[in-house]
Each structure stands twice: as structure tokens, then as C-alpha cells.
Design a protein around this ligand. Structure first.
Ligand code: MF3
Ligand code: CO
Ligand code: CO
Length: 258
């Protein structure tokens, strides 16, 4: 890799580490009775303490430092006074900006005990992300990522959200190309060594369709059924890929043992 690409990898590694460590911390406070605002405060403070900046804060007018998307919220739920209840499933999405580079990652959390069907959705969503990451190398096409996710998810009886996608990431939060979580093998652009992007499948229990609430941000499932999401920031290497946002504590997937 040339020096520019190496610089991008080193920068993203640091930003990604802060983002994933933030979610490690979040896992320790999730329980019935807490508010999503408390999660947001933790994210803001933790990232600041690590000399980073929460990229969502004031991004295109977004008012908070992370996104908290519970149950039928697909993505971009705004933290606030909402109290988490036993049985909720929650996505927390954080993006750390550090020394000019971004690390973007999200995980699902269980609030107390959750239903069997909710667990199944969360498991399939996580597996779909990891199956896509497993095929990454510089010789595949963008469509291979979408095909891998869509084929698996639909086989499990769930649907892939089409209104939101992953994205290139680097000195800017959202860059080209769009990373679709559905598609056809062998189509679209070929990957290249040094590319850095996110994969962040949003998977629905029912229909794939979404709508955005009047706050202009919160995306929900039209049928009000559950939705789940995981996100990693990855980089294409000479012989595969590097995941920049893996938990150093092994807390990638719930339940997170304390
Ligand atoms: N972190 C989200 C993503 O994965 C983007 C959030 S934008 C915000 O791309 F403004 F809603 F924070
Ligand atoms: Co993202
Ligand atoms: Co994100």
C-alpha cells in the first residue's frame, strides 16, 4: 500500500478503536429503566475523554452524539427521555472523529430478557454482516456484498432495508461509494486495496419498507415490526480486509457478559 493508504488505515484504526471502546462502555450501563439520553451522555463524554469528537453531533443538524434505535426504529433514533424497558432490543450507533479520520460502528443490545424472535432477528443481522466481511478482498464486486447479505437474510425469512446503506468513510463521515445491503453478484464497482467503508445492514422482521418520522431523522418500519442493525468500518487489504471496529473486549455480539 502507498503512504496515503497506510495513513488512512492508521488513522481509521485509532478512530475505530475509540468507537468500539465506546460501545464496550455502553454495554455496561444498558438495563431496564435507563434513558437513551444517558447512553448519549456516556458516548459524548467517553469520546471527548479520548480526545476525539462525536461525528454525529451537529452533522447535518443532528442534535446528539449517537443514534439510539429501539425495536421498530430502523436507524437514526434520537436519544432523549425515552426509558428502556425489559424486552427491548436497541441499536447504539457511534462514530468517533479522531485526528481527521472517522470510525463508525453500531451494535445491538438486549434490555433484560428479550423474546426468542427478537434474538433470532439480532443473530441473523449480525451473521449477515460477518458473512459479508468474510468475503471481502480486492477481487470482489460491491454487488457481492449485497448479494451475500440479501441471500442469507431472505433465506432466514427476514427482509433487507433498501432506504439506507453503508458508505465510504475517511476524512469525511460519508463518502462514495454507497454500500448496498442487497444486490447481484458480480455487479457494481470492483473493490480496491486501501478502500475504507462501512457495512451496516438493517434487517427487518417483517416488510423491508421504512418511513421517517416528523423529527426528520427517526426511521421506522412501516409495519411497526422489529428491525436490527450492526455496523463495522472495514478496509480492503492486499489479501482480505481489516475490521477497524472490533471490540477489544470481545463484546461484539449480545448477550454481553459482565
Ligand atoms: N452513524 C450513522 C451511519 O452509520 C450515521 C448517523 S448520521 C446522524 O452512517 F446524523 F444521524 F448521526
Ligand atoms: Co455508517
Ligand atoms: Co453508524
Amino acid at each position: 500500500m502507498n503512504e496515503n493508504l497506510i495513513e488512512g488505515f492508521e488513522g481509521t484504526r485509532k478512530a475505530g478503536l475509540i468507537a468500539s471502546a465506546t460501545l464496550d462502555e455502553v454495554s455496561s450501563i444498558i438495563k431496564p429503566g435507563i434513558t437513551t439520553k444517558e447512553i448519549d451522555n456516556l458516548c459524548y463524554e467517553f469520546i471527548n475523554d479520548h480526545k476525539g469528537y462525536s461525528a454525529p453531533l451537529f452533522y447535518r443538524g443532528y442534535p446528539k452524539s449517537c443514534c439510539t434505535s429501539a425495536n421498530h426504529i430502523v436507524c437514526h433514533g434520537i436519544p432523549g427521555d425515552k426509558i428502556l424497558n425489559e424486552g427491548d432490543i436497541l441499536n447504539v450507533d457511534v462514530t468517533a472523529y479522531k485526528n481527521e479520520w472517522h470510525g463508525d460502528t453500531s451494535r445491538m443490545f438486549y434490555v433484560g430478557d428479550v423474546s426468542v424472535k427478537a434474538k433470532k432477528l439480532v443473530e441473523v443481522t449480525y451473521n449477515s454482516l460477518m458473512k459479508a466481511i468474510e468475503i471481502l478482498n480486492k477481487n470482489i464486486y460491491l454487488g457481492d456484498i449485497g448479494d451475500t447479505i440479501q441471500t442469507y437474510v431472505e433465506q432466514e425469512g427476514f427482509s433487507v432495508v433498501k432506504d439506507f446503506c453503508g458508505h465510504g468513510i475517511g476524512k469525511r463521515f460519508h463518502e462514495e461509494p454507497n454500500i448496498l445491503h442487497y444486490g447481484e453478484k458480480g455487479t457494481g464497482q470492483k473493490l480496491k486495496e486501501g478502500m475504507i467503508f462501512t457495512i451496516e445492514p438493517m434487517i427487518n422482521e417483517g416488510d423491508y419498507q421504512t418511513k421517517v418520522l416528523k423529527d426528520g431523522w427517526t426511521a421506522v418500519t412501516k409495519d411497526k415490526k422489529l428491525s436490527a442493525q450492526f455496523e463495522h468500518t472495514v478496509g480492503i487489504t492486499n489479501d482480505g480486509c481489516e475490521i477497524f471496529t472490533s471490540s477489544k473486549k470481545g463484546l461484539n455480539f449480545p448477550p454481553y457478559k459482565k
